[in-house]
Design a protein around this ligand. Structure first.
Ligand code: ATP
Ligand code: MG
Length: 414
């Protein structure tokens, strides 16, 4: 990508009303645009980061047998009435709207009801189970506080997978499998060492649900971390009985604030009973399908990563989610620029993702933008370096700078 083709610009200041660090940095670097509190547009660089997060999640969901779908954001009232969740007292974050004829609709805050309803067309027999549809979808929630940038939006991206199983045992085996896949996702996003499988309240079909909580000073949740066991307990279920059940002593736990970046839930027949999603088992008996739901927040994750991996110069993306691996800077005479052009073409042909700063700007401005955007490697081509047939490579995480030959540079970047 050539910067002269990019319509976004970096800015020194974020909007005065933006108080969260993640949104301030992402707005200044040109990754997102603030439409209003809790609603952000993704600009080209931000869209690349979001897609990288999504693709890491997608690969893991496909690996556990998921089938990707895309449900509607517009929701029918009567489907939600069947589960008792249309009422604003039950779901207090509904956005509702009305058709010209007065028919009420909702904007989906989650998708258990419509998907359970839809699956009635496809699940009839035990032979139709298990199945694992999932989607990436914008959810709408009228959150009372939307001051944490991408971490709490009024519209936000969610990956939601739903499991439809024949028996509780089959459900539990899948639940364990997806727990492991969630941990692999956070690992790939660079958050592995900060993110804990956390015991949380479970509803009527399981003692616990499990959250995935990333330790962060800006988190809204309080958890008690057991480092050695690599698990945590949400304060909502933190009591002597639970500690005894998990075989944990109070003294082994450390209290932390954390952000919920995922949540998996045994739903049992909570939705299949009222919406009458049943199947005929091998012995001819008719049973409700056993369900689970598995949520993860790609936009919240992008906020958490931006917030955590940053310094006084700007963003510091982990390589797996950076919008590009290399930020190429050309400085000086037409010869240097022609040399940088050729290097850009050559590295691009090798499949390296590059942001090429081909603007007619001072070196200091280019360097500052490469740091604000948080690109892992910066390569500089200048007259002085070319005179010795050398290139300058700067590492964003450490600030370390090296003068390298062409072969050394190619080896470092490959
Ligand atoms: P919270 O407790 O933080 O309000 P939740 O328990 O309501 O979240 P779920 O309904 O389980 O969240 O949603 C699944 C995932 O979607 C969450 O784990 C989180 O990563 C993400 N998420 C939920 N609400 C938001 C939001 N308002 N903005 C961005 N991401 C969100
Ligand atoms: Mg929660």
């Amino acid at each position: 990508m050539r910067l002269t083709n990019l319509f976004t610009k970096t800015t020194k200041n974020a909007p005065a009303d933006e108080v969260s660090k993640n949104a301030q940095l992402l707005i200044r670097a040109g990754f997102i645009h603030k439409e209003m509190a809790g609603a952000y547009a993704y600009l080209p660089l931000g869209k690349i980061v979001l897609d990288k997060i999504v693709n890491i999640i997608r690969a893991e969901m496909n690996a556990v047998g998921g089938s990707e779908i895309s449900l509607t954001a517009l929701q029918q009232k009567d489907v939600w009435e069947r589960s008792g969740r249309w009422d604003d007292d039950v779901i207090d974050v509904w956005f509702k709207l009305e058709l010209a004829g007065g028919v009420q609709l909702g904007l989906a805050p989650t998708h258990e009801e419509p998907l359970t309803h839809l699956m009635k067309e496809y699940i009839h027999s035990y032979k139709d189970l298990p199945v694992y549809p999932y989607q990436f979808q914008i959810k709408f929630r009228n959150e009372p506080r939307a001051k944490s940038g991408l971490m709490r939006g009024r519209e936000f991206w969610m990956k939601d997978l739903y499991s439809f199983s024949r028996t509780m045992a089959e459900h539990e085996a899948f639940y364990e499998k997806i727990t492991a896949s969630y941990l692999r996702i956070y690992e790939q996003l660079g958050l592995g060492s900060l993110t804990y499988k956390t015991f949380a309240s479970g509803g009527s079909f399981a003692k616990f649900s499990h959250e995935f909580q990333t330790v962060s000073p800006v988190g809204e949740d309080k958890i008690y971390v057991h480092k050695a066991k690599n698990i945590a307990i949400n304060e909502e279920v933190y009591n002597d009985e639970v500690l005894a059940e998990l075989g944990i002593d109070r003294s082994e736990l450390v209290a932390e604030t954390a952000v919920e970046v995922g949540n998996i839930f045994t739903l049992g027949t909570r939705f299949s009973e009222p919406l009458q999603l049943t199947f005929t088992d091998e012995d001819g008996s008719v049973k409700p399908v056993i369900m689970g739901s598995y949520g993860i927040g790609p936009s919240r994750l992008m906020g958490v990563i931006a917030e955590h991996f940053s310094d006084d110069k700007g963003l510091v993306w982990p390589e797996n989610v950076a919008p590009a691996k290399v930020y190429l800077v050309s400085i000086g005479s037409p010869e240097s620029i022609a040399h940088a052009d050729a290097l850009y073409d050559e590295l691009s042909a090798k499949g390296l993702e590059i942001i090429y700063d081909d603007r007619d700007e001072r070196p200091g401005i280019k360097f500052a933008d490469s740091e604000l955007m948080g690109i892992p490697f910066r390569v500089t081509v200048s007259d002085r370096l070319l005179a010795d047939a050398k290139y300058e490579l700067t590492i964003r995480t450490s600030g370390e700078t090296m003068i390298l030959t062409r072969d050394q540079l190619l080896a470092k970047l490959s």
